[in-house]
Design a protein around this ligand. Structure first.
Ligand SMILES: C[S@@+](CC[C@H](N)C(=O)[O-])C[C@H]1O[C@@H](n2cnc3c(N)ncnc32)[C@H](O)[C@@H]1O
Length: 311
């Protein structure tokens, strides 16, 4: 049950309960928390979520918002005005064609990560016996990556780890919600190789993917408050003196046998560190081949894909 409900939101209230008045009222209510260009789409999303009806249907039937729904919108507006992301308020994020549950225990999945998944899917299709492939996601958060992969390629077997028990709980909820089966484990990648003990006893994966924390702490003050104040900091930040911490560890574990010969590695990166991640790969033995940088939709270098040598 969503936390919206039960309590009355704060006024002032809309002059009437029709679409235009309610829309204008909600837009003015959230004016502090949401940037201008985003406000319109966020308001429409809220009106649809609260009414359970699309805009066309509301307009066709001259829909009037009942008082109980205006109460809900008022609560949503108050939270948006404080800067809370709409996804946490509605406990819902759209990702790769799926509706995932999210709350403040997990990072809100980003569109760039969908791009990583698309590029990774192309590489997986090159693997022989792709239908039997075992794929590992490290730092799974909401579970968005393995769930989207399973949804795209139902024959894959997906494994996912995160050091946060809260995140694993959310990820399991999303696995159930979407019907996409994934094996989850709570483990710290900096201490243990995932799925290296217990019931699964799987050391080697055909492919590994990760969107690890990658923002140096020194960037905190220049970031949007919406991100810093509401999203889990442990999902975002790395020490200033070791921003490649997770990449070095993941690449080391792959070299040590976590990734099968010929397997693919896909990493989402900070735009400023993509070349450094490539350098780590190039400096390691056994050699990595087919190293590729993928640019995001804003034209920034964002992902690195590489294959571990077959020899
Ligand atoms: C950038 S978020 C990515 C979440 C999700 N994969 C996504 O793309 O939206 C990084 C994730 O790594 C997890 N994490 C941070 N430190 C970790 C560690 N030492 N071991 C395992 N997971 C860790 C965080 O809890 C968080 O869920």
């Amino acid at each position: 049950m969503n936390r919206i409900g039960g309590v009355r939101g704060k006024g002032p209230w809309p002059s009437t309960n029709d679409e235009i008045a309610v829309r204008k009222w909600l837009e003015s209510k959230m004016s502090k928390g949401v940037e201008l260009e985003e406000r319109h789409s966020v308001v429409l999303l809220c009106l649809e979520w609260v009414s359970g009806k699309g805009r066309g249907e509301r307009l066709m039937n001259s829909y009037k918002f009942p008082e109980s729904k205006i109460d809900k919108l008022a609560i949503i507006g108050d939270r948006l005005a404080l800067g809370e992301p709409i996804q946490y308020i509605l406990e819902e994020a759209h990702f790769d064609g799926l509706d995932l549950y999210v709350d403040s225990r997990v990072l809100i999945p980003r569109p760039e990560t969908e791009e990583l998944i698309s590029a990774f899917e192309q590489k997986l299709k090159l693997l022989t016996g792709v239908s039997k492939c075992r794929v590992l996601d490290i730092g799974t958060g909401s579970g968005c990556i393995p769930i989207a992969l399973k949804h795209r390629m139902p024959n894959l077997t997906l494994f996912a780890s995160d050091f946060s028990e809260d995140a694993i709980e959310v990820a399991k909820k999303n696995s159930t919600k979407t019907g996409c089966d994934v094996f989850f484990e709570c483990s710290d990648i900096l201490k243990d190789a995932p799925f290296n003990r217990g019931e699964h006893k799987i050391k080697r994966f055909d492919a590994v993917i990760s969107n690890p924390p990658y923002i140096p702490h020194c960037e905190l003050n220049s970031m949007e408050r919406r991100v810093v104040d509401f999203e889990p900091n442990s999902a975002l930040f790395v020490p200033d003196d070791d921003p490649l911490l997770f990449y070095k560890r993941i690449i080391y574990l792959c070299d040590e046998g976590m990734l099968k010969k010929g397997g693919w590695l896909a990493l989402e990166c900070h735009e400023d560190f993509v070349n450094d991640v490539v350098n780590v790969l190039e400096s390691r033995n056994p050699n990595w081949i087919n190293i590729e940088i993928i640019f995001d939709l804003q034209g920034k270098p964002r992902h690195v894909l590489a294959q571990i040598d077959l020899t």
